[in-house]
Structure formats: C-alpha cells, structure tokens
Design a protein around this ligand. Structure first.
Ligand code: ATP
Length: 656
C-alpha cells in the first residue's frame, strides 16, 4: 500500500505523478518510493538535508488557532515547499491510559484527521495514541481480529470499552432478534406474578382486551423493550479459547441476569394502564395501576371483613412510585385511628420491612377508603407466589430457609423493639424483593389501624403469637422443600438441618410463653456467620457490577453535546465555522471520529477509534493530533484539551 491517495484523480493514473506523496509531507520520506508508489517524490532527496528555515515547523504552529492553509500559508505548502521536515513534537505529551502524560511524541505519532483511515506507514502508527502501551503485555487488551473479518465478541467488548480491539465488520446478527417472545396484547414482560395468565378483570377497574382478556397496557407490546436483543453469551461449546490478555463480554459488562432483572424492574415500575374507571388522583397520588390480578379470593378477615385493592401509584410530591393498599368502605371518622398507627409504624426502618410512607382516608373511590402507601418493589412476589404455587419451589434449598428465617427474625426484632407486634405474619405478606433470597414483610400497620379501637389487645400476647406465625411460615417452606405436608410433630422425619428443626420447635413451643428474640437468636448463632458472609459477598459482587457501568453515560453526554453543536445552520453561514474560522476544528474532528474512510474510499466503522477519541476528548488529554480537511489541503494540529475547551465554549454559547 502506498501513500495517501485521496488527492489524486483516480480516473487518470497519470495524475498521481502530479500529486505530492503524503508520506513525504508527513514523514519526510516514503518507504514505498522504490516499491511502486505512484506519487510524486520529487522533494524526497531534499528532505534528507532539510533546511531549517524552510521547514514547516510545528513549533511555530499555535494549536487551535494556527492552521496550515495550503493556499495562503508560506510555511506549509504541499507540493511547493522544497523542504519537508517532520515537525518537532518533543514537547507534546501523548496519552497514556491510566498514567501521567510525559512521553514525547514525534510526528509519526500524530494520527491523521482527514476523515480517512489508511494502512499507510503513517496510519500504522495508530498505536502511538498510547506509545507506552504494550497490548500483548496487557490483561485488558484484545488486539486480535477473528477470521473472516468478523469481530469476535471480545473485540466488540474491547471496543466498547475503548481498548484497541478493532471492529471492521458489522456485528453478527442476533438469532433471537426476530421474535419478540411476547404474547400479544398481554401484560407481558413486566414480571407480574400472574404474568402470562389471563387474569379476571379486577372489579370494574380496567378496560380489557376482549380477545385476550388481558388488560390493555401502555406502552403497547410492540414498543416494549426486547431484552433478548442484547447479545446473549455464546453457548459453552462455541466459546473461543481466550488469550491471557483477552476478555469475554461477561467480564466487562454488568452480568446478564442482573441487567435483565433491573431492566425488567424498570419497565414494570414505569408501566401504566389507561385510566379506566379509576380516579385520576387519590390523595397525593396519581396514575393508579391495579395490581391484584391473582385468582385467589381475598382474606377478608384480615381486613375486618372489608374488601381491599392494590395499586401501583405515582407520588405527586416526590415523583416516586409507591404501592398502595386500599381497604374499601372503612367508615373511619376518628382521625387518630389513622394518624397514631401511622406515626409509630412509619418510623420502622429495617432491611426486611417495607417502609410505610403514607396513610389516609379518601372518598376518591366514592366510598370512605383507607389507603396505606408503602415503598414499591417492582416484580416482587410473595413467598406464597414464589414457592407455594404449583411447582415453583424448585429453587428452594436449606440455605435459603436459613436466610429467610434470619431475615424474618430481623424484622421481628425491629418491630418488637419498638413495642409493636407484626400481627398476621404470613407467607402471603412477605415479598421476595431481590435476588438472592431477599425478603421484606409488607403490609405493616394495617392491622393496628383497622383495630385501633379494639380495647382487648395485649401486646405481649400478640408478640408471642408472632413467633408461632413465623414457625408456621417456615413450616410452609419446609413442606415445599421436602415435598411433604403434615403437622409439626412430624418435623423429625424431615431431611432438614437439625439446628433448623430445633429453631422451629422453639417457635412452636406452646409451653414457653416468654419467647424472646435474644434467646431465639442464640439457637442459630453459628448460622448467622455464614449468612452475613454471603450477604457481604453479594454486596461486593453488586459493587463490582456497578463499577463496570459507572462511566457508561459519560460518552453519551459527550456525543449529545457534539451533536447539538455539529451541523447547525450557523455552522454553514457563520465565518467562524469556515475553514479559517475558529470553530472549524470541531467540524474536522466530527469527521475524524465518525466519518473515517480507508484509502479506497470505503467507510471505516471502527468503534475502537470512536471510543478512543471520545475518551481522550472527555478527559481533555494534552495529546496533539492532526486534523486534515478532506481535500488534504489544510490541516490543524490540536490537542484534545484545546478541542474540549473549544467544544465546551461552543456548547455554552448555544445554550445562552
Ligand atoms: N410493597 C410492594 N411493592 C410491590 N409489590 C407488592 C408490594 N406488596 C405486595 N406486592 C405485590 O402484591 C401482590 C399481592 O399481594 P397480596 O397477597 O397482599 O394481595 P391481596 O390481593 O391483598 O391479597 P389479600 O386480599 O388476601 O390480602 C404480591 O404478591 C406482590 O407481588
């Protein structure tokens, strides 16, 4: 491959002779001169004895403001100047990832910025972006290109992270991309407990799709984010053996399962239904979305014989999403019945209890309803829905039983410490909020509000009863784990941890009327250590995942800024944007980053190049590089720092 070709007339090979070889201009010599390079090397001999005065010395260029205009510049006239010498960039520091910038750069280190990418000697110096960087010594560098020009997943990933991996061909198509995998018209992909089942219409609340019997949902299913459009990990038998310095996508991005769960959580949280017959606004909340699509009949006894409904709501006060339980037709007239229980229960803060946010009586539903508002956990299901329905208990194991017992003990301890009781602890009122096995007691304060005027309540008795309820809850899970049913007497025949059995027996012990948390906790103290251990591991794991995505919005913001600037009308008519104008480097830079072409004029889609340039721009490194106009008659030497300042000031001027 010979010098840079873009200045020649391709239809006339003769014209090459009239065109100054760019290698001469940039490097001072062309190593292909005797190997068939067609361009004019007329000055090459002179370059061997450069005359200092005549050389277009880069030192004399003030980056950003000084440009080499071939038409006007006396110091830099390609094809006219008899002497071409490499500019001295000894003072120009180059970019070093993760380290101070001191290394000297010569002109051969300066990448071209004329919107072309050519595998010429000059461009082969692209590695000079980071001269001290040895890709093969690095652990996070993926230089190889897979056979056939199709980038390997490692290359894609490397590119996404700004490593030097190169992408020169389109991303392989996703075999799953053609199918949405979503049932039409349904409440799909949103993770509702009853997702996929045709639920009965909740009491006159929702317009139903007459064909599917699903409620009509927004956003419509065709605009639902398709999670599977993310490239999944390849199956193990297709995994390419990696070099020590290569990485797979899994090691660079957020874990696929975690991402999937968080995306679905977001979507579930943001999904809304058409209003239907529900009120627009209830108290400080709007956008009610009914949530009780399950088929079982409500346990009215729990609500003193009243019906109840569940909604996801949006707060008018803080814009957040909450979970609202409405108890119908309560006929509350005493304000303190609502306010007093709220005051005590809303103070409860424990990792395993949903926070009570608000409690009020409203006539918005055309009755006197009690509304209790809790923190909302998208996609959460009760323990009953998670393990109690069908054969959903397959994921349950002994370790999870311990984890649940300990988490519920934390909830109990917090509530008892505040002089309250968790009345009606039940596996239908404990929701699984996260993975792995994180649970929260929900519905706190409802019992106390509804039974506020009940004189015969005894706190100690209620607290003791909670231990029994906890035991029953754990037994429900034990039955699901062992696939059994039966009374507590049969506990010894179950294949579970003997320590766990003794804990459940303690909770069930009717002879002991003075159970307390301290005593109970001692029974499983050794288990606490392993649960704390796994919680710590999980915390570290999440932190590590978070750190991988920490900076992912940075370049997006930068691209937004660039796009806001680039291509505006003023850039076509304002003198500042003309070739001699101060804003012209922005235009050249945009082309340099996004519109690269190779020496045959073919578009180059090198994500690595884009990410590398944008990262340097964002960091404002002092590395200098050369931007060249498409006709190669002008070029500018500028540092990323100067360019960043220029872009910032231009963007600011747009917003003023
Ligand atoms: N704080 C919460 N955030 C998000 N979802 C919740 C929350 N609390 C409960 N849910 C969801 O609501 C579902 C139904 O809860 P619940 O079992 O209390 O229904 P219900 O219709 O009130 O039943 P019942 O009438 O028998 O009390 C739960 O399975 C869970 O998915």
């Amino acid at each position: 491959m010979t010098g840079v070709l873009s200045g020649a007339d391709w239809s006339r090979p003769d014209s090459f002779k009239d065109t100054q070889c760019r290698n001469i201009i940039i490097h001072g010599y062309c190593k292909f001169e005797n190997e068939g390079c067609q361009f004019n090397h007329g000055n090459s001999k002179e370059t061997e004895n450069p005359t200092t005065e005549e050389a277009p010395v880069a030192r004399s260029m003030t980056p950003l403001n000084v440009k080499f205009n071939a038409k006007t510049s006396s110091s830099f006239t390609p094809g006219k100047s008899p002497v071409v010498r490499s500019p001295d960039f000894s003072t120009a520091p180059s970019f070093q990832p993760g380290g101070p910038v001191n290394e000297q750069t010569t002109v051969s280190d300066v990448p071209r910025g004329n919107g072309t990418m050519s595998p010429t000697p000059m461009n082969s110096n692209a590695a000079s972006f980071a001269p001290s960087f040895n890709p093969y010594a690095s652990e996070s560098f993926t230089p190889s290109v897979s056979a056939g020009g199709i980038p390997s997943s490692q290359e894609l990933v490397g590119a996404m992270h700004g490593s030097n991996a190169s992408i020169s061909s389109p991303i392989p198509s996703n075999p799953y991309a053609s199918s949405t995998g979503l049932p039409s018209g349904g409440m799909v992909g949103v993770g509702h407990p009853m997702q996929g089942l045709p639920p009965p219409p909740p009491s006159g609340a929702l317009p139903m799709n007459p064909i599917t019997q699903f409620p009509t949902v927004y956003p419509p299913t065709h605009s639902v984010l398709q999670y599977h459009l993310y490239a999944p990990d390849p199956p193990p038998h297709l995994k390419i053996p990696l070099k020590p310095n290569e990485r797979t996508p899994e090691t660079l991005f957020i874990n696929n399962h975690l991402r999937d769960r968080l995306v679905k959580n977001n979507q579930t949280a943001l999904q809304v239904f058409p209003r239907g017959s529900l009120p627009d606004i209830v108290g400080d909340y709007f956008g009610l979305v009914p949530m009780d699509f399950h088929n079982r009949t409500s346990d009215k006894k729990r609500y003193n014989g009243h019906d109840n409904s569940l909604y996801k709501v949006f707060s008018n006060l803080d814009g957040k999403i909450y979970f609202m339980r409405r108890i119908h037709d309560v006929k509350i007239t005493d304000v303190s019945q609502v306010s007093k229980p709220f005051q005590v229960w809303s103070k409860i803060r424990a990792a395993n209890i949903t926070v009570l946010k608000d409690s009020f009586v409203t006539s918005a539903f055309n009755d006197t309803s009690l509304c209790m508002v809790f923190d909302y956990y998208p996609q959460s299901q009760s323990l009953y829905e998670t393990y109690g329905l069908n054969n959903s208990a397959s994921s349950l194991n002994q370790e999870m039983l311990w984890s649940y017992l300990i988490q519920l003990t934390i909830a109990l301890q917090t509530v008892h410490h505040e002089g309250l009781a968790l009345n009606g602890l039940d596996w239908k009122k404990v929701i699984v909020t996260s993975d792995p096995a994180r649970i929260k007691v929900t519905d706190i304060g409802v019992f106390d509000t509804l039974n506020y005027h009940n004189e015969g309540r005894v706190l100690h008795k209620e607290q003791q009863q909670t231990y029994v309820e906890l035991a029953e809850l754990m037994m429900n899970l034990v039955h699901k784990l062992c696939g059994t049913q039966g009374p507590i007497e049969n506990l010894n025949s179950y294949h579970i941890d003997p320590l766990f059995k003794s804990c459940v027996q303690y909770l069930f012990d009717s002879a002991n009327d003075n159970k307390n948390i301290e005593e109970f906790t001692k029974l499983f103290a050794p288990k606490l250590l392993s649960v704390i251990n796994s919680l710590q591991f999980n915390g570290e794991y999440l932190e590590q995942q978070l750190s991988r995505e920490l900076e992912n919005a940075r370049l997006f913001r930068l691209i937004c800024k660039l796009n806001a600037i680039y291509g505006r009308l003023e850039s076509r008519i304002d003198i500042n944007w003309a070739e001699s104008g101060e804003k012209f480097p922005i235009i050249l830079f945009f082309d340099y980053v996004f519109h690269q072409k190779d020496d045959t004029g073919k578009n180059v889609m090198d994500l690595t190049h884009v990410l590398r340039c944008l990262n340097k721009l964002d960091a404002g490194v002092s590395e200098r590089f050369m931007l060249v106009t498409p006709d190669e008659m002008n070029c500018i030497i500028i540092s990323y720092k100067e360019l960043k300042d220029l872009i910032d000031s231009t963007f600011r001027s747009l917003t003023q």
